[in-house]
Design a protein. Structure first.
Length: 403
C-alpha cells in the first residue's frame, strides 16, 4: 500500500509540475499582457510562445543521450522556478518586452522538462502501469492549469503580480526538492542503439507518413483546432473588453472553465469507449465547433456574468470533448514500435497549426471586431466538420482503441 501511494504521489506531482509552467506560458502570460494594456495584435502573437512545444521533438535525443531523466527533471524544475522568479521585475514595471523574453525562455525550459517527465514515466513504469495511470496524469496536469489560470491569476488581482510569480517560483522549487527525495532512480537506459537515435527518428517519420489515408488524417489533425485556437487566443482580451478584471477572469476561465474542461474530457473518453471513434467523431467535433458562435452571441448581447459563465463552461466542456476525440485519433495513428514518436509527431502537427492560427488572430479581431471575429472563427472550424463527415473507414481502428 505504501509503495502504491508513493507511486501515485510522484506521478501526480510530476504531471502537476509539467502543467504549471505550461499554464504560466500559455495562459497567465495572456492575463498579464491584457492587464498591462497590450493590443489585441500583441496578445494574439503570444500564441507563438507555444513553438518550443511544437519543435521539442528535434532536441529530445539530448535527454536520452546525456544523464538520467530524474536528474533532468529535477534540474529543469529548479531552473523553471528561477525563471518564474525573474518575472517579478517586469511585473513590477509592466515591462512587456522583458516579460516576453522571459516567457520564451520559460517555454523552452518547460518543453524540455515535459520530455524529461514523459521519458521518466515511460522508463520507470511497465506498460500496464503506463496505461493504468494515464487518467491520473491528465487530472494532475489539469489541476495545475486550474492553479495557474485560476488561483495564481486571482492572487495577482487580489494582491499583486509579484506575489503571483513568486508563488509560482516557490511551487517549482518545492516540487524539485520533493522529486529529488521521492522519485526512484530510473533503470539504466539501453545505450546499445543510442548511436542510431537520429536514424530511428527518421524511420519513425517515414513509417508515419506511409500509413494508408495519411493525407486525409494530416488534414484533419492540422485543421481540427483551427476555429477553437482562433477563439481561445482572444477569450481573455474579450472578457477584459466586457469589463471583467483579473479576479473575475481567474474565476471564470480558470476555475469554472478548467473544471468543466476536465469533465468534458472524461465524458468524451467514456462516449468514445462506448460508441467507438467512428460513431463519435462527427457529433463531438460538431459540439466543439458550436461553442464558438456562442462567443459571438456574447459579444453581440453583452449579457450578465451568469450567461458569460454558462458560455465559458459550455465552451470548455466542449473543448474537453474535442480533446478526447483528437487524442484517440492521434493514438490510432501510432504504430507498433513507434508509439511515442508517432504520437509526438501528431501532437506537434496539431499544436503547430493552433499556434500559427492563434498567433494572427489578434490582427483579425482588431480589424473586424469581436462579433465578426468569433463568427469567422466558426467558419474556420467548418473544414474539420467536413473532414469528420467524410473520414475514410480505413482510418478507424476502434477494435484496437486505447480507451
Amino acid at each position: 500500500m505504501a509503495i502504491k501511494f508513493k507511486k501515485l504521489s510522484w506521478i501526480a506531482s510530476t504531471y502537476y509540475a509539467e502543467g504549471l509552467p505550461y499554464s504560466l506560458v500559455q495562459q497567465v502570460s495572456v492575463q498579464f499582457f491584457t492587464y498591462a494594456g497590450a493590443s489585441l495584435q500583441v496578445i494574439g502573437l503570444l500564441s507563438f510562445f507555444g513553438l518550443p512545444w511544437n519543435l521539442k521533438l528535434f532536441w529530445s535525443p539530448v535527454i536520452d543521450l546525456f544523464g538520467n531523466k530524474k536528474r533532468w527533471l529535477v534540474v529543469m524544475e529548479l531552473i523553471l522556478g528561477a525563471v518564474a522568479a525573474l518575472l517579478i521585475w517586469p511585473a513590477q514595471h509592466l515591462n512587456l518586452d522583458l516579460a516576453a523574453k522571459i516567457f520564451i525562455l520559460m517555454a523552452f525550459m518547460s518543453a524540455t522538462h515535459d520530455m524529461s517527465v514523459d521519458g521518466y514515466y515511460i522508463q520507470t513504469l511497465d506498460t500496464a502501469d503506463q496505461a493504468g495511470f494515464s487518467g491520473l496524469r491528465v487530472a494532475a496536469y489539469r489541476v495545475a492549469m486550474l492553479v495557474g489560470n485560476g488561483a495564481l491569476v486571482i492572487l495577482a488581482g487580489w494582491i499583486s503580480w509579484t506575489v503571483c510569480f513568486l508563488t509560482a517560483a516557490f511551487m517549482m522549487w518545492g516540487l524539485a526538492a520533493f522529486h529529488k527525495w521521492i522519485l526512484p532512480e530510473p533503470p539504466p537506459a539501453n545505450t546499445q542503439h543510442q548511436g542510431h537515435r537520429w536514424a530511428a527518428v527518421r524511420e519513425a517519420f517515414q513509417t508515419y507518413l506511409a500509413q494508408p489515408g495519411i493525407v486525409w488524417a494530416l488534414a484533419f489533425i492540422l485543421l481540427f483546432r483551427a476555429g477553437d485556437a482562433m477563439m481561445f487566443a482572444m477569450v481573455t482580451p474579450f472578457l477584459n473588453h466586457l469589463g471583467y478584471g483579473l479576479i473575475a477572469r481567474g474565476i471564470l476561465t480558470g476555475s469554472v472553465g478548467t473544471v468543466t474542461g476536465i469533465g468534458g474530457a472524461l465524458l468524451g473518453g467514456l462516449i468514445i469507449s462506448r460508441w467507438g471513434l467512428k460513431r463519435a467523431l462527427f457529433p463531438l467535433t460538431l459540439i466543439q465547433s458550436l461553442a464558438i458562435p456562442a462567443y459571438a452571441w456574447l459579444a453581440w448581447a453583452d449579457p450578465s456574468i451568469w450567461w458569460v459563465g454558462v458560455t465559458i463552461a459550455f465552451e470548455q466542456g466542449s473543448a474537453g470533448l474535442g480533446t478526447a476525440v483528437l487524442m484517440v485519433f492521434l493514438m490510432q495513428r501510432c504504430k507498433e514500435n513507434y508509439q511515442a514518436t508517432h504520437f509526438a509527431i501528431g501532437s506537434a502537427l496539431m499544436s503547430v497549426a493552433a499556434t500559427v492560427v492563434g498567433g494572427f488572430s489578434g490582427f483579425l479581431a482588431a480589424k473586424v471586431g469581436f462579433v465578426e471575429f468569433f463568427l469567422l472563427a466558426f467558419v474556420a472550424a467548418i473544414p474539420s466538420l467536413l473532414l469528420a463527415i467524410g473520414m475514410p473507414d480505413k482510418l478507424y481502428q476502434d477494435k484496437k482503441s486505447p480507451i
